[in-house]
Design a protein around this ligand. Sequence first.
Ligand code: GDP
Ligand code: MG
Ligand code: ZN
Length: 373
Amino acid sequence: MTQTHPHASNTVRGTVLAIQANFYRVQLHPETLPTDGLDALQQPLLCTRRDRLKKIGVKVMVGDRVAVEKIDSRNATATISDVFERRNQLDRPPVANADRILLVFSLAEPEPDPYQLSRFLVKGESTGLPVLVALNKADLASPSLQQEWEQRLGYWGYAASAVSVQQNCGIQELSQHLKDRITIIAGPSGVGKSSLIHRLIPQAKVRIAAVSGKIAKGRHTTRHVELFQLPQGGLLADTPGFNQPDITCDPKDLPQYFPEIRDRLATASCQFDDCWHRQEPNCAVRGDWERYEHYLDMLAEAESAAIASHHTRTQESSLKQKTKSDHRLNYEPKLEAKKYRRRSRRSQQQELQEVCESLNDPCESLSDLSQTY
Ligand SMILES: Nc1nc2c(ncn2[C@@H]2O[C@H](COP(=O)(O)OP(=O)(O)O)[C@@H](O)[C@H]2O)c(=O)[nH]1
Ligand SMILES: [Mg+2]
Ligand SMILES: [Zn+2]
């Protein structure tokens, strides 16, 4: 990634809100604009990426802070000339510089499933970002049920608040936490994530329609990551619902994704430094707390995932070796032809993948949140 000096004078900067095909929708940062108040530049601009960035392979992600040039305020277009260093980067959904995860569950329709909640929480924690929790559809739940869940999540280490998007209850308070930040919304499907975004940003839908018509005629626009701008400042990204986030983290990292374990280890330590908190003697973590069973289940899952991915890697490398040792066979004309066809299919596949990437459509892999720095 290249870097422009962030304080270079007359560099206009902005944040990438959405990517479609080879276009980037960029909201300019007002404080970097020339002082002669250009009203036209308060709307997002449609940008292309400077050729040099393409050549050196600099990718632009949603959430990226960028430098722009060649601003045409009449047509609301510009060119991205540089990408600033990312603070962090989520793979699924592909978003840079996110500040927090907002997990939305519902108190009814669907009812909370403690183990599913727990998995979402662990997945959220694994991004390294702070995790907020909202319990929606309070209008469908008795006050005692609301209290019960708020308390239960409190024991788990989360200050969860019951809200009702439909009745506009608790939404103002929630939006205070979203101000001036990039927040990723996740949670099971049907809990009201999209409804929440529309409640916070009534014009969100309208704007999507207007832009997709302008830049991507004929292309499907429903499955891409987009940052929505909150009226009071701040950006929100919706993620399509998924019901069972998989636990694929490094098993060694799992304990730190449970606030209950973090708390226990802050005041006590296990006899063994490499304690898995299972049956080891003098473990400070094992004990009578609700999610301990969840921890054990997820630990087993993370371990099998690690073993499975190790197997895949070993298999792949032995396959490669086999091809190498069978190299002679490749001199047969028939196989050459096959090889040629295969390559051509592969390049087609690659092209498709590039289109997917530029559309920022993660194809079928939006099913979990994970982070690479
Ligand atoms: N009763 C009630 N229904 C809601 C509330 N918020 C959303 N819904 C409904 O729940 C359903 C799923 O909402 P949606 O926003 O599509 O959920 P998503 O899958 O998480 O994006 C829709 O029928 C909404 O009208 C709420 O606060 N109360
Ligand atoms: Mg939705
Ligand atoms: Zn232990």
